[in-house]
Design a protein around this ligand. Sequence first.
Ligand code: SF4
Length: 398
Amino acid sequence: MSMWNAVLCFTMTSPYFQNMAFIKRKGVSLTRCTAPASLLSRRMAADASSSSSVAVKVEEEEATISQQTPSLSTTDNRQDLLQLPIIQPKPEAEDPPLSSHRRRQKQIKVEYDKCGSPAKMELWHPPDWKEQLEHIREMRSSRDAPVDNMGAEKCYDTEAPAKVRRFQILVSLMLSSQTKDQITAAAMQKLRAHGCTAEKLLSTDDDTLGKLIYPVGFWRNKVKFLKMTAAKLANDYGGDIPDSVEGLIRLPGVGPKMAHLAMDIAWDQVSGIGVDTHVYRISNRLGWLKKPTKNPEATRKALQEWLPRDLWSEINWLLVGFGQQVCLPTNPLCSSCLNQHSCPSAHQSSPSKRLKVRSPLAPDPASSLPTKTEPGQEIVVKAEPTSPRRNLKRKMKQ
Ligand code: SF4
């Protein structure tokens, strides 16, 4: 007799093991299922009842489970016996009845709130965001930021046909990347005077186009992207622009931010939040993200997780102007900001760029101290202009 058969005989004859139950969840094998669902359901109900806010309803679902003693002749079943969890049995009288069709009621737990509808998960949101948003609306009420007068919504020819207006909106968005609104608006004015349609840009040589859009940021690259995009739009869309984010981001030089803004401005459809450098920076400063983000696209996804959809269009316009006037990239005007008492970044302008006082790269404070020459006479010697590298060398010698 093999060792395995010896163990098996002992298992089958021992009164201790006779009370054991083996359950295989996904398979068909079940032996002496003497403690099963009724005990589990009572435990689940007891667990749930400990939570005061959520009621628990135990619903039953039929599942087919074999009540036959499993065959022990195969390797699989041996592994089942060795690996499956063991559930202590209840007295026989409390066992749930097994039908003649080898079916048993499978217990599933469904959580309900007190009103009877399924319990909703509480979504994370920043603690003071509503108040902060109202403050930003108040600070933006004069609508006199550059974006209010020179943004992409203001740069197209309102008299042009609809498809030309949409094309010009896309062009102004492409030019606005890494560029101040004033410079984008000036370039758009020159382009419109030249003729700003897909066909016209396609027939314009690169040098002329470069002169028209200069000095927008990365103007040489933008000349290439404009020509390639104009060619695709003229060939595939009849000079119009795609009406989906997927179509827009396939265009050369068009990213998610531009695509969502183009959908909003040109097609009047809100497909996502347009996150530029201002929205990215301010969302992180205000703690509007569950975790700090490292780029605008991650910021867009994190904001969209909790910000109500009806604010997605407004938030770009609000934060861009707020970033241009108050929450500046460097040295934000926190003292004038209505959010200074709730903002976690208030009065901490660009802390990562500051040199620590004890840093070897920091200017030597001793070099600006007054130097006494004569008793009673005190003159201030202007510190020599020193470089951080020179300071470091001096400290290394000491
Ligand atoms: S308190 Fe300062 S950092 Fe915070 S939102 Fe206002 S300006 Fe920006």
